[in-house]
Design a protein around this ligand. Structure first.
Ligand SMILES: [Zn+2]
Length: 440
């Protein structure tokens, strides 16, 4: 087994490509970032849930990524992420992925064995007491009781992450993959101090974690904006970043360890806060977006008119008819108001402009409809069921769709987060140096 030393760059963007047709257009967004003077490395993520709904295999993600990289002559690293995998699902991803998001959310709160807690507490005499995180004004007090409580809540989950990690390690060899531990798909947010304690446990497990995805406060619904208190979020991620830096020094974790923000896409209102924190701490971030590229495919089809528009309408009507079933797997991460959904009859009468302006996420735009956007976001199963009919139209309208995909990823996500530039069509994002109007 080759002994590599794969390392994730400071800035990276996770992007989904449900139908494996847009990797080139997505990579083009990273090329644009490079032209703007910043290296943002692409990571193509696809979960087992998505593969199962679409009927695809992880190898298809690898093939699409490799082909895009070759076509555009991309010289920087790139990765394929087995997104949200567990011990049950990791197997099918071992050949084609080199990035693993180990999801342990289901095990959070399963009480750890008293022995394991005792050992953890005995091993970490440095934790109880007052902790001042470098670069912040806040000091935290960890009591012996709060340490035991946190250990009890998280040690089982971290142990599970260790099992998955060692499965991958055994198959791929040290240094030949990037590992992330994710805890975002759970109800309660982890505090920065919990994050520090979790990282101590991750180090004990021997997991060479390069990204960690906590659950933040606020709602991260798929494909729509953040719902929550933005200044509080900024304060929280600043402390998370400081806690990570502390853990790297204290526990010898990989020095490039950074936060992974599972954004669910389109969290435009917190992008300036993320950018401000990156600047303040000179920190990196992995911004994981959801499969909203698929919505750009629909926008491009609708924009193209004719058969493309007709198919985009048909998909809406089908998704509307089956909305309850489609929403089930995503119930925790969508909020659709059924009364806000236009009827299929109404949508059948829409022009290209009406369809695209309802779906395109432009903050403050009168025609934008977040209910339509969320329904179509989970409606990719309808398109998957159309098979070649859908793919043929993607191919015959490639130019229009590719332009939408690239522009969306670059202007709405990469530019505001990594360059601190205003998002397309949204309310203005403060320029660098003027973002400090938040909590600090
Ligand atoms: Zn996630």
């Amino acid at each position: 087994m080759r002994n590599g030393s794969l390392k994730l760059s400071k800035y990276s963007i996770g992007t989904g490509d449900r139908f494996a047709h847009q990797a080139k257009a997505q990579l083009q967004a990273c090329m644009q970032a490079l032209d703007s003077g910043i290296e943002v490395v692409p990571v193509w993520n696809k979960s087992n849930r998505e593969h199962t709904i679409i009927g695809s295999e992880p190898a298809s993600v690898r093939e699409a990524a490799d082909a895009a990289v070759k076509a555009l002559d991309w010289k920087l690293p790139y990765f394929c992420d087995a997104d949200h995998i567990t011990l049950q699902t990791v197997g099918r991803f071992l050949d084609s992925c080199d990035f693993y998001t180990i999801d342990v959310a289901d095990f959070i709160g399963q009480p750890a064995a008293p022995d394991a807690i005792d050992q953890f507490v005995a091993r970490h005499r440095e934790l109880p007491g007052r902790i001042q995180l470098e670069g912040t004004d806040e000091a935290f007090e960890i009591t012996p009781e709060s340490l035991r409580k946190t250990a009890q809540k998280y040690l089982t989950a971290v142990g599970k992450a260790g099992e998955v990690y060692r499965t991958i390690l055994h198959s791929k060899g040290e240094g030949n993959f990037i590992s992330e531990v994710s805890m975002d798909e759970t109800d309660g947010a982890q505090s920065p101090i919990e994050l520090l304690i979790i990282l101590a446990a991750i180090a004990d497990e021997g997991i060479r974690v390069q990204t960690i995805a906590p659950r933040f406060t606020g709602r991260f619904n798929k494909g729509v904006d953040y719902v929550g208190d933005v200044p509080q979020f900024e304060q929280e991620i600043a402390l998370d970043v400081a806690a990570i830096a502390h853990a790297v020094r204290q526990y010898g974790l990989p020095e490039n360890l950074k936060l992974s923000v599972h954004s669910g896409s389109d969290k435009f209102s917190i992008y300036p806060a993320i950018h401000a924190v990156l600047k303040r701490f000179d920190a990196g971030v992995h911004l994981k977006t959801a499969g909203t590229t698929w919505l750009e495919e629909l926008i491009g089809l609708a924009e193209s008119g004719g058969d493309g528009l007709a198919l985009a309408k048909e998909i809406y009507c089908e998704a509307f008819a089956h909305r309850e079933q489609l929403c089930v797997p995503y119930a925790a991460v969508i909020d659709i108001d059924p009364a806000g959904l236009p009827s299929p009859d109404e949508v059948r009468g829409w022009t290209s402009e009406q369809y695209t302006s309802a779906l395109r996420h432009v903050r403050g735009a009168a025609a934008y409809n977040s209910n339509v956007r969320q329904l179509l976001h989970v409606g990719f199963k309808v398109a998957a069921g159309m098979g070649r009919r859908y793919l043929d139209l993607l191919e015959s309208n490639e130019a229009v769709i590719a332009k939408d995909v690239t522009e969306n990823l670059y202007a709405r996500h990469i530019a505001p987060v990594f360059l601190g530039r205003g998002a397309l069509g949204g309310s203005p994002v403060a320029v660098e140096g003027k973002t400090a109007s938040h909590a600090f």
